[in-house]
Design a protein around this ligand. Structure first.
Ligand SMILES: [Zn+2]
Ligand SMILES: [Zn+2]
Length: 332
């Protein structure tokens, strides 16, 4: 089969490798149909994601059809349409036993979805609701990450939220915040085509380059600022902006993946004076089944539309850097 193998900085080759066949009784082999391109893939390609070491098949947002199963698999049969949750916790370390599998000390990463086939344990595979397309379902992973953040944020019904960056995460965040009780979601996004999508999914877009963001936020919050701000990009400037703009007693939430060496300037006095909480969300523990449940109720079509074949995976990842579309898909 063909697979996109990451081998180092800016090195991603399409290699011929053997199809992974079920070995363990619980293994499920999936023929990949769609794999979403994530900013994390770009960080990996640029050598700014220390969690992974090359060589490896990347791609962690994928869907497909079950093509073979181990003898002990009970929940799936060949032909089932599924989404795959990547990453596997050890189930034995302190954090796993403490109910925090995403903080596992020995987390395993199986080869990913930029490939014709992938092999995962049954526990990582989720059946898709009828009628949901493979492309929509490939968004289960980012939806799961957003759900984890919203749970941790402890949003109250009626709160106003400010989302910084209206990319895929920002546009999913906007919808799930509104579904979860936010009365209004303001979204700061410099790119016009993304502000159009923000509007289509129910957010109130603002251009932070062309408009006065602070004035806009005040105008929409009776001069008080939003109760909660989400940095959906992972940039120090957005964390600083969030601390400036959030209401007294509010929460600033780090949702994006920052460059590991990036440093933000924070005034401890300001945190004290405004009594601000700074929080973050890592991965998506125990969220995938809820994400799959949400998918049919979300507006996802405006996020899609840019697709590349597997042979052009590197171009697809670069297209994300160039700001093309929103959620780019690679299709084997
Ligand atoms: Zn991702
Ligand atoms: Zn563990």
């Amino acid at each position: 089969m063909k697979a996109a193998v990451w081998k180092g900085i800016e090195q991603l080759d399409i290699d011929d490798i053997p199809i992974p066949e079920p070995k363990d009784p619980r293994d499920v082999q999936v023929k990949v149909v769609a794999c979403g391109v994530c900013a994390t893939d770009l960080h990996i390609l640029e050598g700014k994601f220390p969690m992974f070491k090359p060589p490896r098949v990347i791609g962690h947002e994928f869907t497909g059809v079950v093509s073979a199963i181990g003898t002990g698999v009970t929940r799936f049969k060949v032909g089932d349409r599924v989404a795959v949750e990547t990453g596997l916790a050890c189930d034995t370390c302190y954090f796993c036993r403490d109910g925090r599998e995403h903080q596992c000390l020995h987390r395993l990463a199986h080869p990913g979805g930029y490939a014709d086939y992938a092999l995962y344990p049954e526990r990582n595979v989720h059946k898709l609701p009828d009628g949901l397309t493979f492309e929509f379902a490939a968004l289960a992973e980012p939806v799961a990450c957003v759900l984890h953040a919203i749970d941790l944020a402890k949003l109250r019904s009626g709160d106003v939220a400010l989302v910084l960056a209206g990319g895929t995460i920002g546009c999913i965040m906007t919808q799930l915040l509104l579904h979860s009780g936010a009365s209004k979601v303001l979204v700061s996004e410099p790119r016009e085509h993304r502000r159009e999508v923000v509007k289509a999914v129910g957010g109130i877009p603002v251009d932070p380059k062309g408009q006065d963001l602070a004035a806009f936020v005040k105008e929409h919050t009776d001069g008080l600022g939003p109760e909660i701000v989400f940095d959906c990009l992972g940039h120090p400037a957005l964390l600083e902006q969030g601390i400036e703009l959030v209401q007294k007693g509010g929460t600033v939430f780090v949702m994006g993946v920052a460059d590991p060496d990036a440093v933000a300037k924070v005034k401890p006095f300001q945190l004290f004076d405004k009594e601000i909480q700074i929080k973050a969300a890592f991965l998506r523990p125990y969220m995938f089944h809820r994400a799959v449940r949400w998918l049919p109720h979300l507006t996802l079509q405006p996020l899609l539309g840019v697709e590349y074949p597997l042979a052009k995976t590197k171009e697809a990842i670069h297209a994300l850097r160039d700001g093309k579309g929103l959620k780019i898909m690679v299709k084997p």
